[in-house]
Design a protein around this ligand. Sequence first.
Ligand code: PEP
Ligand code: MG
Length: 604
Amino acid sequence: MKNEKPKNLKQEPDLILRGIGVSSGIAIGPVFVIDQHGVPIPEYEIPAAQTEKEIKRFHNGISKTQKQLSQIKRKADATPSGINEDVGLLLDAYRGMVSSSRLIRGVEKLIADSHLNVEAAVNREILGMADSFAAMDDDYLASRADDVREVGSRLIRNLLRQHYNPFADAPARSILLAEEITPADTALMDPERIGGFVAVLGGAEGHAAIMARALGLPAILGVAALVGSVTSGDMMIVDGEAGEIVLRPSDKTLQHYKQEAQKQARENRKLKLLRDEPAVTTDATEVRLEVNLELPRESASALDVGAQGVGLLRTEFSFMNRPQLPSEEEQFESLRDLVKKMKGRPVTIRTLDVGGEKLATAFGDMLGVSPNPALGLRAIRLGLKETKILDTQLSAILRASAYGPVRILVPMVSSVTQMKQVRARLVQVEKKLLKRGIKLPPALPPLGAMIEIPGAALSSDALSKVCDFFAIGSNDLTQYTLAIDRGDEQVADLYNPYHPAVLRLIQFVIAAAWRANVPVSACGELAGQPRATALLLGLGLRSFSMSPSRLLQVKQEIRRLSLDSCVAFAEKILAQSEEAAICKLLDEGISSIQPQSSSARRKK
Ligand code: PEP
Ligand code: MG
């Protein structure tokens, strides 16, 4: 549903900026620019034996900062009007400062001689450099002191990898603006207080985007022109569907968007009427609809839309924004509460999928610095290396399973061996709990694998022998099949779950699951796109899990479809070799298919 622009927009002085609309809806409110500077800086002495490691940490921080600055510069350069030329020059200057020999030598010396931790060493050196600039007679050079401090705080933030709530003071209904909104930032957002968010960086299927949809917050990412053009308090309209931002809108434009927002609210109220209706096709095929949750406390949003269960709980979000890992007790209590609140509807709890873009401070240096984080130590690879963390989580999940039906889902599985290893650990953990006198249900919860790596998809026949269920993760499956970073706005136009290769893998997994009689669901973002519903049903999928904000739209779609036409539609789509042809068919919709009657098919 695209918004029609007010007819006389040309005469109005609105400034329109475009980006990737990642979460639909209209937000209208004052901008709150997230101040990423006010992070408290710890100061402590490091053991002499650790100086080398600390210096390495310093250099990793410099590389990360350089990379960030280059990314932002590329965005600024891409602004068509070239209004950001000055910003580009400034960013070049920042890059020079962060790798200046004075900073590097100074910090290395403080770490080696005074055994100071790297954040404190950078802070001291930066303050010294800023003072020298400030003391200069030349006005221009003196004003560089602020730039030095800016570079220093960016470097320190990167070293700390620390999250605090940088928008705790945002006025009600404001639109948050930052260079980059991390998944951990989104976990702090309260949709009752925040209107929406926009950022310079980020792609459509990164976790910030997924969280925006889960929270029902309109959001636009990858907006190059935000660099340097907005300040806190500016009025902004975010149209998440169109991927458009109107900055400092005229009264007329404001009026138009207010009416649009009211129209959308009316449509949502109509959808709500479907809450207790069954998800069934016109030819009586029942479909299971569950939700993806990021935090156990979100159970209300699942019940609000009449979900039949939780198809995916992304537990990693409970590990973010905190200095220490949650204890078994803490994990158990929040999982138990969720299981109880779901009142007998199954809860699929995924073990930690931390790493890659999903960083959690509590892990400290455990995740290391990977040259290629999406391919590095993340998810179950980390769990099978740091087995204490995995066992603690399994223990909490097993204990919660005494309060209602639970399933355990393993992320980023790439081999049969990994599933066997996890099952063996689960059995051991169960034994220990029974020894502790803890009462558990007689059978272990079903143990399933996320199918989100092409290698796992192609091994699904073998995996079906060691898994109790499959959950297809189309987000990562697309990322790894096409070798496209799902969170990188520079290649966002190439990220396409409707690529024939991705669809064939999905078809293969569903067929393998049917052959082995293993339940299969899809919980990637594809499952929540009404546009994909007919195709997935036609491929044989009968269980979908998605953001609560999408569930009723998908249900509405299912209730309009007949399975016969879905099968014919899927066949036609799978016969295509180019994404454009597939997307055209999807846009035309299932009505472009003339299904053969079942009896005609049988005769063939
Ligand atoms: C996926 O990859 O499709 C998925 C559901 O997991 P996540 O988005 O958390 O990586
Ligand atoms: Mg995934």
